[in-house]
Ligand binder design. Structure first.
Ligand code: 6PG
Length: 248
């Protein structure tokens, strides 16, 4: 796995660079492009920029989510609801290309099981194989979580399931979530992390500084995709990473 750490002036240049990199990968793909989005605040501007890209609405890109909150899609906390408003509706992405976590079910474990079925059917997989996403877009929390994989959570040890229901730590709302498991994220060809703001600088040093061990206490450090991992940071998040920038 090849890793690049790219540092930009601000969130706008991070967003433009990441959007351009997504479009480049989509354009270069000979067939359907399977993309998993994350939620949170950081990717919003990138999603808005992508909404203006014609290549995303033509049916080539299939949209999935790295994690979802167990709330109605109309809820402002819904990752797929926000992606619909910021990108999918504007880019006129066909409904059959949108593979959201089914949240209109009684409990989060039901949603996780149904989402696993969505993944298995779309990727045509069975048994102990994993879907191969062309790209997974991730963020990172100041505690080192990514998707809804939180520090020390037993789900970090999951090696068979594709998706799981988890409960975020107290104070992280909404608490009920569904997340892709690490084996699925690490089966992806590529992962882009987007992180901005000084509040992420300390955790990023813990993840990116040479010699930092991958740790269950920093779930983002456990992400290791097949081909390439790229970090898109602004100066605030990248503070103190002088020796790490650039990429192979
Ligand atoms: C979610 C995200 C989550 C997010 C981080 C960073 O559903 O909340 O998938 O993993 O990427 O919490 O969030 P910010 O971009 O808001 O800092």
């Amino acid at each position: 796995m090849n890793r690049r750490v790219l540092v930009f002036e601000d969130i706008e240049s991070v967003s433009r660079a990441a959007a351009a990199a997504v479009v480049e990968l989509v354009d270069a793909s000979p067939g359907p492009f399977r993309l998993a989005l994350s939620g949170g605040e950081t990717p919003r501007m990138m999603l808005e920029i992508l909404a203006g890209e014609s290549g995303l609405g033509g049916g080539k890109v299939h949209f999935f989510w790295a994690d979802e909150r167990f709330v109605p899609v109309s809820d402002p906390a819904s990752n797929s609801g926000n992606a619909r408003r910021l990108l999918l509706e504007r880019a006129r992405v066909p409904e059959e290309n949108i593979h959201a976590v089914p949240v209109d079910v009684p409990k989060p474990p039901d949603a996780a099981s149904l989402y696993e079925r969505v993944l298995m059917e779309h990727f045509g997989i069975s048994g102990n194989r994993f879907p191969v996403f062309d790209l997974v877009l991730l963020g990172v929390g100041s505690d080192g979580h990514t998707a809804s994989l939180f520090p020390g959570d037993p789900v970090l040890d999951e090696r068979e399931r594709l998706a799981a229901a988890v409960e975020a730590p107290p104070g992280v709302l909404p608490r009920e979530r569904i997340t892709l498991t690490l084996p699925v994220i690490n089966s992806a060809r590529r992962v882009f992390f987007l992180a901005v703001g000084r509040s992420k600088a300390a955790v990023l040093r813990g993840i990116l500084e040479p010699g930092s061990p991958a740790s269950r206490e920093l779930p983002a450090s456990l992400v290791s995709p097949g081909e390439r991992l790229t970090w898109f940071l602004d100066r605030g998040a990248g503070a103190g990473l002088d020796g790490v920038r650039g990429g192979g």
